[in-house]
Design a protein around this ligand. Sequence first.
Ligand SMILES: C[S@@+](CC[C@H](N)C(=O)[O-])C[C@H]1O[C@@H](n2cnc3c(N)ncnc32)[C@H](O)[C@@H]1O
Length: 216
Amino acid sequence: MNETFWREKWQRNEIGFHEDQPNPLLTRHLPTLGLPEGARIFLPLCGKSLDIHWLLEQGFDVAGIELSELAVEQLFTELDVTPRISDVGKLRCYEADGLCIFVGNIFDLTETELGPVDAVYDRAALVALPEEMRRAYASHLMAITNAAPALLVCLEYDQSRRPGPPFSVDDAEVRRYYDKTFHLTCIEKPDLVGGLKGACPALEIVWIMEPRADAA
Ligand SMILES: C[S@@+](CC[C@H](N)C(=O)[O-])C[C@H]1O[C@@H](n2cnc3c(N)ncnc32)[C@H](O)[C@@H]1O
């Protein structure tokens, strides 16, 4: 899954992952993190998700990163907001009040460029990446967010039934990446409505990730 793969998906409007309403797992479970009003939430690999609209409406600040500039342009158009655009290191940054979306590869985003983050919301980000990239992604995400608490939504299905993305990321794999740094609680494991693109049954797995006091 290289950068061209995703940019072409956006150019061809092949964005089946994009939901037409805020994700109910976010709206139901974000309060579990107990964030104060105005907290800054980071969405890695954010697309033009309506979750961003919802978080802004709740009074949160939002930061995100997305490879496709087309996606980010569409996000701001759909929000009806005119961005201020600047170059930041290897990335471009689209900003408005309470909103900062970087355009580029998450592996090029530094902790300094991102700024302080109170929480992470990962939906369709970890599972968008092939296995050989996922450990590096998880480590980088913890590094640039200073291991902020997180709400993580994963998918689990029989990977032999269809290739990703999205990829199946089971409980053991999540624990391999995050268990040293976070208390991990699986708070819900509903069936994915309609299965995975109608091809096979799948579970969505919702994790609350709270930093361990004694984390390395
Ligand atoms: C499956 S989509 C999920 C988008 C969004 N989280 C949502 O829920 O609608 C994955 C997104 O990550 C972007 N992406 C993939 N690899 C990336 C990377 N290395 N850095 C930044 N964005 C990336 C893709 O362009 C795509 O929009």
